[in-house]
Structure formats: structure tokens, C-alpha cells
Design a protein around this ligand. Structure first.
Ligand code: PEP
Ligand code: MG
Length: 566
């Protein structure tokens, strides 16, 4: 949405609105990232320079080396996930299979640029067919193709260069190689025209705590260098603001954020209503990091992430070792909620996921895999029980993608048989609608707002053009959360939220106002969410919940809640 706002002096100002992802206020000139190679350079390229297929292949090899070197140099300057992403991109650029496909095209008489395109296209088709995380690598492949083409036609490589002064990065969408290694000192905010709250851009921005707005129509029409005031909580981008006002808002925001960073828990509202603040973890390392922070435990351990690159199912003993590493840091008086394998759809696991489903998001994923393969679930539950006994940590177990009361009951029986607390995730709308009956058979529920939003709004959570629908502030999604929370209140059983919604400080207050008893989130969000809750009363949270539920859309809901809570 683009709104004209009152011009101060001569300058026409505009207000763009997108989906807010990471809160924070930033003021800096726009740096537009073009992901396309200069069309003029491509038009001026004369393919007859490489009429000989072997010479053309040499030019391809040289371009690939340049691209891979660039990734490797960037990787050397960063660490952790960013370095891994860049190293993987360098490997993909040098891939022998890709080179073979290009060589075949050249030998069959294609010109150089057409051969590169056809070779990459062949791999795009294969990766897309594999679905899930492999399909996400298509973005990397297309990014690599553009970089190779740029080198061949003598144009600068597209993507993010190294900014020399503070800027707001504005792009259509960002490739993993663009976001890996961003310097938050120089990149003050991210604004993308496409992409949703679970897009790659959003995940990296959250990790780096860079204010971020995605799904912003009109962003790429901004002129390079235009001063922008980005509000990552409101989802607004104001062009040419009065400099004094903008700087004052940035300073106030920085002060507020510094105050948030000092929050030490435990989670409670200003008037003392307790809310458990928990962490989402993927493995022993992330569990140890989270365990060092002010959390009361883990609200979501995504077990399938440990097995994405495994061909065969690990033994019960090996699984118990992996789970034990996550349970270990929470031994004393905290607890860990372990989620059984959520394999399938966007997280394919070779030894569990079914091949060739027409529509994997609506297919045999999560708990449904155990219908045809109950041994898989039983062995995992044995391993979890073993890890719980080895570490002495209080362990709860929940199943993903539960749709019926019978599924909940069957799962709970298996978990109770092993002496552990049993719960189900609320990701399918049917689970929310029948929460009161599910709570008769399970000990707790945990709402996965990422999938609950996808299935309520019939909008693919990975789709880059549906950000306004894949938004947990959608009143229909909030209504289902409220129904589930109320069922928990009636049954006197805990109902938490472990999807991305819990990481949004304003939405966290709304959830608490509905009666949600725990919030589980990425470690980076723990302090901002905990601090926000400590500043509001429970009654204010209830008012915020009412306002968000009765809003006409997510924009109106956010505005109403901000007006109430400040
Ligand atoms: C969810 O769907 O909200 C959730 C927490 O599960 P995942 O993101 O792993 O699908
Ligand atoms: Mg889910």
C-alpha cells in the first residue's frame, strides 16, 4: 500500500506499508539492490566471440571461479550460519553436474548464455521436483546464474555490494548469499517488495536484530539515495522525513531497545501474572545458547532438523544421545518440550518422508507418517524417554500436524506409557476447533502459528506474494488461537504458542490477553518479548486481544494494539 502524505516544504513524501517482521526504527538513505544483470550489458554481448564450444566452456569456468571466489571471500569474513550459507553457494557454483549440463548444451550448438541458462534450468527443475528445502535452493541457483552471466557479459555482479555508509537495503527479495554476512552497523534496516514473515530475509533479519519490513508494494520504485524512516514494528517506510524528527525517533527507539536487552526474567506482566518464556531450539548447541539466557525451558525442540541430511534412521541409542544434548542444559528446575518428527513438506527427511506426493503440505507429514509406520514413532519415543531418564530433565512430548481427537488420544497413550507428559500442536484448524475435546486426552497444547496461519488462510507459508495472508495477525487466525486458549483455561491445562507469532512483542501481549500460558521463540526474541510483557498489565493485554480480534485486517489490528499499549 502506498499513501501520499503531506509534503513538508517542496518535497513530496510517501508512506509505504508492508508486513512488519523485526521491530526497530532506522533512518538512512535507500540502497537499492538490483537482482538482475544490466539488460544493456546482456544486449551488447556478442556470443560469436565464443563460437568454439571448448573456448566457451573455458569462459564459463573462469566466470564460475570468479563467482565462487567471491562467495568464499565473503565466507572468510563471517562466521556461523552465514559462513555455511556462503560456502555452500560456492560449492553449488562449482558443481560438476551443472558444468556437465552446460557443456552438453554448448556441444549441441547452443550459444554461451543460452547454454548457461539451459544448464541451470535443468537443475532448477530437479530441485523444484524434490520440494522442501531443496526447492529453496532454487533461489541460490538463480542467484548463481545471474552472477555467472554478469561476469560473462562484463557487468557488475548483481546483489548486495559492501555498503560504504549506513543505508536501508531495499530489494525485491534477498537471496541467502545476499543476507549472509550483512553488517548491522551499515545495514540499518531491510525492506523487501516480496517475501513473507517466514521468508529467508525475515529469518536473517531476526537473527541480526535488523529492523525489517517485507511484502512492501512499491518498494522498488523508491529512488536510490532517498532518506527513509523505517519502522519495523509498524511496517511503515516514510520517505524524506523531517531529519530532526526522524533522528529523535531513532534515538528513542535505541533507548527503548537498550532497556529491553537488560530484561532478566522470569516472564510476568507488570501486575505479576506469570507467563512462561521459552526457547525454540534445533540441537545441542542452540539449546546450550538458549539455556544461558532468561528462559524457563524449551517450548519447541524441532527434532527433524537433526536428520535432514540422514539417509537412514538413526538407532534408538544414537537418537537418545542427540536428544540428551538438548535436555542436558535444562536439568535443574526447567523443562523441555520435544516435538516428534515433523518430517515432510518443507522439511523432507529421507528415511521418513513419502516420495512424489502431489501436495506435500496437505499430505502425509508430521504425525501422519506414523499411521503407516508406527515403529518410527515408537522408536523415537523410546529414545526421548531414554534421554529424559539419562538427564533427569522434565520432558514433555508433543506431536505435530494433529487433526483429530482420535489421533491425539492414540499419541497420548503412547507417550503416557513411557511416563512422559503428552501434548499436541495446534497447526490444523480442526485441532483448534476441537481443543476442548483434545484437552480431555492430552496434558497440554502448543499452537504452531506458522502452519496454523497457512492452513487457516489457504496460503502457502513459503509464497513470497502472499505476505498479507500469511500473517498471524489475521483475525481468523487469532480467533482460532482464542478458542484454543479458552479451552485451556476451562480445562486448567497449559496452552502455549511456539510459532513465529510468539516472537512479536506486541502480538505476544495479545496472546497473553487471550489466556495463552507460555510463549516459545528464537533466543534473539526472548528479551524484547519478556521486557514488553513486564511493562503491560494483564488487563491491558486483554484489551489488546479484543482489539486485535475485532480488527478488520492485520494492519488495523497492529495499529489498534499499538495505540493501546504504546
Ligand atoms: C509452526 O508451524 O508454527 C511451528 C512451530 O512448526 P514449524 O515452523 O516447524 O512447522
Ligand atoms: Mg509447523
Amino acid at each position: 500500500m502506498v499513501t501520499e502524505i503531506t509534503p513538508p516544504g517542496d518535497t513530496a513524501r510517501t508512506l509505504l506499508r508492508g508486513t512488519p517482521v523485526v521491530p526497530g526504527v532506522a533512518y538512512a538513505p535507500a540502497l537499492l539492490v538490483h537482482t538482475e544483470v544490466s539488460p544493456d550489458a546482456v544486449a551488447a554481448f556478442d556470443p560469436s566471440r565464443y563460437a568454439d564450444a571448448e573456448e566457451a566452456l573455458e569462459a564459463y569456468d573462469a566466470a564460475v571461479e570468479g563467482v565462487a571466489d567471491g562467495f568464499a571471500r565473503k565466507a572468510a569474513g563471517v562466521s556461523g550460519d552465514a559462513a555455511q550459507v556462503l560456502t555452500a553457494s560456492a560449492g553449488l557454483a562449482r558443481d560438476k553436474g551443472l558444468r556437465g549440463a552446460v557443456r552438453k548444451q554448448l556441444r549441441s550448438g547452443e550459444d554461451l548464455l543460452a547454454a548457461v541458462h539451459a544448464g541451470v534450468d535443468q537443475f532448477v527443475t530437479v530441485f523444484t521436483g524434490m520440494g522442501g528445502l531443496m526447492a529453496e535452493r532454487v533461489t541460490d541457483l538463480l542467484d548463481i546464474e545471474r552472477r555467472i552471466v554478469a561476469r560473462l557479459v562484463g557487468a557488475p555482479e548483481p546483489g548486495v555490494g559492501t555498503p560504504e555508509e549506513p543505508c536501508v537495503l531495499v530489494a525485491e527479495d534477498l537471496a541467502p548469499s545476499d543476507t549472509a554476512g550483512l553488517d548491522p552497523e551499515l545495514v540499518r534496516a531491510l525492506v523487501t517488495e516480496r517475501g513473507g514473515p517466514t521468508s529467508h530475509t525475515a529469518i536473517i533479519a531476526r537473527q541480526l536484530s535488523i529492523p525489517c519490513v517485507v511484502g512492501t508494494p512499491g518498494a522498488m520504485t523508491l529512488a536510490a539515495g532517498t532518506p527513509l524512516l523505517v519502522d519495523g514494528a509498524a511496517g511503515t517506510i516514510e520517505t524524506d522525513p523531517a531529519a530532526d524528527d526522524a533522528e529523535a525517533r531513532v534515538a528513542a527507539d535505541a533507548e527503548q531497545r537498550a532497556a529491553l536487552a537488560t530484561w532478566t526474567g522470569p516472564g510476568r506482566t507488570r501486575d505479576g501474572v506469570p507467563i512462561k518464556i521459552l526457547a525454540n531450539v534445533a540441537d545441542g548447541e542452540s539449546a546450550r545458547t538458549a539455556g544461558g539466557g532468561p528462559v524457563q525451558g524449551v517450548g519447541l525442540f524441532r527434532t527433524e532438523l537433526s536428520f535432514l541430511n540422514r539417509k537412514d534412521e538413526p538407532s534408538v541409542a544414537e537418537q537418545a544421545g542427540i536428544y540428551g544434548q538438548v535436555l542436558e542444559p535444562f536439568g535443574e528446575d526447567r523443562y523441555v518440550v520435544v516435538r516428534t518428527l515433523d518430517a515432510g513438506s518443507d522439511k523432507p527427511v529421507a528415511f521418513a518422508t513419502l516420495e512424489g506426493e502431489e501436495n506435500p503440505a496437505l499430505g502425509v507429514r508430521g504425525l501422519r507418517l506414523s499411521f503407516g509406520n508406527p515403529g518410527l514413532l515408537d522408536r523415537q519415543l523410546d529414545a526421548i524417554a531414554q534421554a529424559a531418564a539419562d538427564t533427569g530433565t522434565e520432558t514433555w512430548v508433543m506431536a505435530p500436524m494433529v487433526a483429530t481427537v482420535a489421533e491425539a488420544e492414540e499419541f497420548a497413550t503412547r507417550v503416557h506409557d513411557r511416563g512422559l507428559k503428552a501434548g499436541v500442536m495446534v497447526e490444523v484448524p480442526s485441532a483448534a476447533l476441537l481443543a476442548h475435546r483434545m484437552l480431555e486426552v492430552v496434558d497440554f497444547m502448543s499452537i504452531g502459528t506458522n502452519d496454523l496461519t497457512q492452513y487457516t488462510m489457504a496460503a502457502d507459508r513459503m509464497a513470497t506474494d502472499l505476505a498479507h495472508l500469511t500473517d498471524p495477525w489475521q483475525p481468523a487466525v487469532l480467533q482460532l488461537i482464542a478458542i484454543t486458549a479458552e479451552a485451556g483455561r476451562q480445562a486448567h491445562k497449559p496452552v502455549g504458542v511456539c510459532g513465529e507469532a510468539a516472537a512479536d512483542p506486541q502480538l505476544a501481549s495479545v496472546l497473553v490477553g487471550m489466556g495463552i500460558t507460555s510463549l516459545s521463540m528464537a533466543a534473539a526474541a526472548v528479551r524484547p518479548v519478556g521486557a514488553q510483557l513486564s511493562r503491560v498489565t494483564f488487563e491491558a493485554c486483554e484489551e489488546a486481544a479484543e482489539a486485535a480480534l475485532s480488527a478488520s485486517d492485520p494492519v488495523a489490528g497492529r495499529d489498534a494494539v499499538r495505540a493501546l499499549l504504546g
